[in-house]
Design a protein around this ligand. Structure first.
Ligand SMILES: CC(=O)N[C@H]1[C@@H](OP(=O)(O)OP(=O)(O)OC[C@H]2O[C@@H](n3ccc(=O)[nH]c3=O)[C@H](O)[C@@H]2O)O[C@H](CO)[C@@H](O)[C@@H]1O
Ligand SMILES: C=C(OP(=O)(O)O)C(=O)O
Length: 433
């Protein structure tokens, strides 16, 4: 019975060991869709964003835009229709606390209204994840920033002024937020030590379509010439999700049998391909936007260090750890981006993996097989990794609490995997609150 003391959750029940075959089309990037949806508060008119999957985070962003006064509707075929203009500049805590990228409304709202009030954001609890670099950037542009009852409030009544900003770290979110604030500022802004991630470039390309003057996208120095007047954009197509693609590619090298992953941007996944080859995996071919994969027979342990792009993505680290758990010999994974992104390790141990942690380094001793067990999801990519582990493990694995995390970034993952031959189903359960 669902009463006050119980919450309804969902889990995946996976029978491991089944091969993956057939075709899968990768959807649009969540981490590019989110800031582009945020940037739509700067657009006037009718916008169709294409390749925007209805993952939970995108739905949350749509809800926030609606609270701000815009009309947002998800259409068939991963399109979202955004109309109208924002009437307010304060985003509600209940929605912002669900994900990280909601804080990226601050830059465009500040540019548009000279004012923005956004609570500290949520998102995966993989580290402290402060927003100090975002705030320093807004302050450098001339905004006065205060924190009031958990809301970060930025004010620049006289408008923002372009300046040189050097980021202490190449933060993806801070680069995007500052870029959005700066496109309407007076004069030139230079962002040094900027993030080079494809999702930053995609947002920049969208802003350029609006008439923003931006140079240096994809490099560590971004130049922005502020402009008062932007022009409406009516259509933009978001890049494919490289992390979703990487997740399926890692599944494929463990379990593929003529698996074809489509709508992949190979350039965005070079660091993964290089590491798979270093481990001795040659059973995949890349042609244009397609990757054809067969399971590798065996592979050897390697060292992987997560780094900002074009380094190995932290968002594929948990999935890679599953692959390396089954390697011959030992592997090292060094997580340099987030200080607490080994939450999946405890769960992988339940499945028989041999992993120890020393600070930001995980030492993985390859085992012959993983064995099914109940495991709990702690964050989005940890969840993806546990699903991969369940697919490859002997016996049945129950991956608990998938709705809270996995659905944030993967739409109906169980259906996509079932279509490829996996035995996986979603089951609802109740948990004491
Ligand atoms: C919605 C979205 O696109 N999320 C991605 C984005 O997150 P997000 O934009 O939050 O990641 P950042 O690049 O900002 O974070 C990188 C590091 O910088 C630190 N930091 C960041 C901002 C700040 O003001 N101060 C600070 O110290 C963070 O704690 C972290 O240790 O990039 C991450 C790194 O590729 C990915 O894992 C996330 O999937
Ligand atoms: C960490 C992630 O998301 P977020 O930044 O929204 O928490 C992710 O997409 O893996």
């Amino acid at each position: 019975m669902v009463g006050d003391l119980h919450v309804r959750k969902d889990k995946f029940v996976i029978e491991g060991g089944h091969k993956l075959r057939g075709e899968l089309e990768i959807w649009g990037s969540k981490n590019a869709s989110l800031p582009i949806m945020a940037a739509s508060v700067l657009n006037s008119g009718d916008l169709i964003l294409d390749n925007v999957p209805p993952v939970k985070d995108n739905i949350t962003m749509a809800e926030i835009l609606k609270v701000l006064g815009m009309e947002v509707e998800f259409l068939e075929g991963d399109k979202v229709h955004i109309k109208g203009e924002p009437k307010g500049y304060r985003a509600p805590y209940e929605l912002v606390s669900k994900m990280r990228a909601s804080f990226e409304l601050m830059g465009p709202l500040l540019a548009r209204f000279g004012e923005a009030e956004i609570p500290y954001p949520g998102g995966c609890r993989i580290g402290l994840r402060p927003v100090d670099l975002h705030i320093k950037g807004f302050e450098s542009l001339g905004a006065e920033v205060t924190v009031e009852k958990g809301y970060v409030c930025a004010r620049a009544k006289k408008g923002l002024k372009g300046t040189k900003i050097h980021l202490d770290k190449p933060s993806v979110g801070a680069t995007r937020n500052i870029m959005m604030a700066a496109i309407m500022a007076e004069g030139e802004t230079v962002i040094e030590n900027a993030a080079c991630e494809p999702e930053v470039v995609d947002l920049g390309n969208f802003l350029k379509m609006m008439g923003a003057e931006i140079e240096g996208l994809g490099t560590s120095t971004i130049y922005i010439k502020g402009k008062k007047d932007l022009k409406p954009v009516d259509y933009y197509k978001v890049i494919p999700d490289r992390i979703a693609a990487g997740t399926f590619i890692i599944a494929g090298v463990m379990l593929g049998k003529d698996l074809i992953i489509k709508n992949v941007e190979p350039e965005h996944l070079q660091s993964l391909f290089i590491k798979l080859k270093e481990a001795g995996v040659e059973s995949f071919q890349i042609k244009d936007k397609e990757v054809r994969i067969k399971a590798a027979k065996n592979w050897k342990g390697i060292e992987v260090t997560t780094m900002p792009y074009p380094g190995f993505p932290t968002d594929l680290q948990p999935q890679m750890m599953v692959f390396l758990s089954l390697a011959q010999g030992s592997s090292l994974i060094v997580e340099t981006v987030f200080e607490n992104r080994f939450l999946h390790v405890g769960e992988l141990l339940r499945l028989g993996a041999k992993i120890s942690i020393d600070g930001r380094t995980a030492l993985i001793q390859g085992v012959e097989k993983l064995k099914g067990a109940p495991v709990e999801v702690t964050d989005l990519r940890a969840g993806a990794a546990l699903v991969l582990a369940g697919l490859v493990a002997e016996g049945t694995t129950e991956v608990l609490d998938v709705g809270e995390h996995i659905d944030r970034g993967y739409v109906a993952l169980e259906d996509k995997l079932s279509n490829l031959g996996a035995k996986i189903k979603r089951v609802y359960y109740e948990e004491a609150n």
